[in-house]
Design a protein around this ligand. Structure first.
Ligand SMILES: O=C(C[C@H]1NCCC[C@H]1O)Cn1cnc2c(c1=O)CCCC2
Ligand SMILES: [Mg+2]
Length: 488
């Protein structure tokens, strides 16, 4: 029952125990792979539903491309793949036979899709082409696997779009990035920073990469939430994806690709969960209210029946109001046991209905995020519950935002930078925007028990940069601001 061994200050153990005890995850016998149990999958479906609805409003269509990639097609784009080659998983056998050529399992689908983009796109009338797919991908990662955060197979969506002009492509990059901000801040109640990745940190195949970055205060590590890349014409030149413009001139299309994964659920869990278990933001909670009748030993049978009728009545009324309800009327468990059970699973609200409440024609609502309890008369329940759920959503975001805001220090020297890291904070610094600086800082900030810091992003919203401001590290004229941190 509940979390036996660890508290959130013992973060790694706490997280691993929590995701299993709350029945989100089961460990699987292929290392780095996890089972997403219904409580987790239901949350992924909420994220999918929210994002899918909005990309369709933008004109994106879903499709499905094969899982397998031939070797020569995967290698079409040498430098985009060679850095990642060790992570690619291959099929070499079927039955007792050996494939004459091994086939790769998709780690991402640029090379799967783009030969067909080249076939389908002939004229500017075929543009824009905007496809998305909801799939699994496999990357044989060597870094420490962590449920949701890093696994060898994960679920994601990958958007792949093609436009006639740079302007259209660049506008979409930011439209999608705004949707990713919405997934994190409006659904998962997780604050993120929008920005561009540095040349060193960006996807090698991209023209530039934009990102939403989250932060885990307990570990002092940043984490990439989702990416929206402008690919420019890099891939269209490689795959000869051309269209004829009005003057019958052949032009290479401008492309984007963008992805969000099940990692988003792990970030939400790490951000909000506590020592009693999950704390789910109402918008992502598979169930938002658990109704628990509490008959006493001496409660007359007719009142017990009245209680149960009330439970059914509130369930129907709240579901009619769009609230996701579960009831716990199991006779063989104590109220305390039930409270633990549903707190561990993170339900935002508990509705208690005891004999006193029956006499007062009221219920008690208990918030999971603050523990606050309030008595609500029966007539007000159907109005109060949705309103309280919205309040909980907003309060959870505000609390997480406050925690993260305290975790960023503006630094003008390497000493201040190292102090920020030792405080498990992120460092926002003016810098000369040179890759050598990132390499040196990463080396110098690596300690025996902590990895080096890297640039998480160049934030779109940054302080002013007055003429003459110096790079925190090199002392050279600063070109822009960078947000640095240790990261996942
Ligand atoms: O996946 C991308 C780019 C792009 N893929 C589509 C979704 C958005 C965005 O992440 C980058 N990338 C990361 N990781 C790998 C590859 C890779 O291209 C290819 C080989 C295996 C590992
Ligand atoms: Mg990777």
């Amino acid at each position: 029952l509940g979390l036996k061994n660890s508290k959130k200050d013992n973060f790694g153990e706490w997280y691993s125990e929590l995701v299993v005890a709350s029945e989100l995850i089961s460990y699987y016998d292929v290392s780095g792979c996890y089972i997403l149990r219904p409580w987790a999958y239901a949350m992924w479906e909420v994220v999918q539903g929210w994002f899918d609805k909005r990309i369709k409003q933008l004109g994106v269509q879903n499709s499905y491309f094969p899982l397998f990639i031939t070797e020569d097609v995967l290698n079409t784009e040498k430098d985009h793949v060679e850095g990642f080659a060790p992570e690619v998983a291959w099929v070499t056998k079927y039955g007792n036979s050996t494939m004459d050529k091994p086939i790769a399992i998709r780690p991402t689908s640029e090379t799967v899709m783009y030969p067909y983009f080249a076939q389908w796109i002939r004229s500017h009338r075929d543009l824009p082409l905007r496809l998305n797919q909801w799939t699994n991908v496999v990357r044989w990662e060597f870094k420490y696997p962590t449920p949701f955060i890093r696994s060898r197979e994960f679920l994601w969506q990958e958007g792949h779009t093609a436009f006639a002009t740079q302007e259209e492509a660049e506008k979409e990059v930011l439209d999608i990035l705004e949707l990713y901000r919405g997934v994190y801040e409006d659904v998962l109640a997780v604050p993120v920073t929008k920005g561009r990745k540095s040349k060193k940190e960006q996807f090698a195949g991209a023209f530039y990469t934009t990102t939403v970055e989250a932060y885990i205060p307990e570990t002092g590590r940043g984490i990439q939430g989702a990416t929206s890349h402008c690919l420019g014409q890099n891939f269209s030149k490689m795959f000869s994806i051309q269209f004829e413009d009005d003057d019958r001139q052949k032009q290479h299309v401008w492309q984007n690709s963008w992805g969000l994964t099940t990692r988003s659920l792990g970030v939400m869990i790490m951000t909000h969960a506590d020592d009693k278990g999950l704390v789910l933001p109402p918008r992502v909670a598979p169930k938002q209210v658990v109704i628990i009748p509490i008959p006493k030993a001496n409660t007359p049978p007719e009142m017990v029946q009245a209680m149960m009728d009330k439970v059914s009545e509130f369930t129907a009324a709240l579901e009619g109001a769009g609230v996701r309800v579960v009831t716990d009327t199991r006779a063989n468990y104590t109220p305390g046991w039930k409270y633990n059970h549903w707190e561990l699973r993170g339900l935002p609200l508990r509705m208690e209905l005891g004999p006193k409440d029956m006499d007062n024609k009221a219920v008690v609502l208990a918030r999971r995020d603050t523990g606050a309890k309030e008595s609500v008369s029966w007539d007000d329940v159907v109005a109060r519950v949705p309103a309280l759920l919205e309040t909980i959503q907003a309060d959870m975001f505000a609390a997480a935002h406050a925690r993260t805001a305290d975790c960023t220090e503006v630094c003008h020297s390497f000493e201040q930078f190292m102090t920020a890291l030792s405080n498990k904070h992120m460092a926002l610094t003016p810098w000369a925007d040179e890759e050598e600086i990132e390499e040196e800082v990463k080396k110098k900030s690596t300690t025996p028990d902590a990895m080096g810091a890297k640039t998480l992003c160049l934030p779109f919203e940054a302080p002013p940069l007055p003429e003459g401001t110096k790079c925190f590290y090199s002392g050279k004229p600063a070109k822009n601001w960078a947000l640095w941190g240790r990261s996942y």
